[in-house]
Design a protein. Sequence first.
Length: 181
Amino acid sequence: MIIYLSLLDSREDHSKFTLLYNTYRHAMMHTAYSILNDQGLAEDAVHDAFVRAAKNFRKIGAVNSPQTKAFLIIITRNVALTIAKQNGRILIFDEEGTINAIADNTTDKDFENFDFDRIVQEIRQLPATYTDVMYLNIVEGYSVKEISAIMELGAEAVKKRLQRGRKILIDKLTKEGIING
């Protein structure tokens, strides 16, 4: 805990982070363990996730909010998947090959006239590669640069995932007749 607190500036931040840690550590551990199936690696993933959270602490709002929980679970899942990949524990399929034509002109404006809850529901059904960046960008309002720092991905990778995620989402909504192609 001292490591995390050393990354924060004020006593108020220390108190808030301690509450954050006590509130979400078990859920984060469960997420990491469900991916890694190894107690030690799961603990490492949770530790790394809390370090990232501490480094991006100014972006965290209320501790007991669904947004904060989602933010921490996304970070934990991303760290756990990275650890699993590095340790050869799972095979992560690259979904990029399944998408041929990518529309460069898909933007957040394509989603402005739709029910927000419906969009969140559809985002959660996307492949994990796109779900996290889409959720952080569209739902939480994080910039490409912020998502890049949170997920430790290059800015271009984040942009490409957002572009492809938007394309998949628009195609799905068009197919369902919710929007006109």
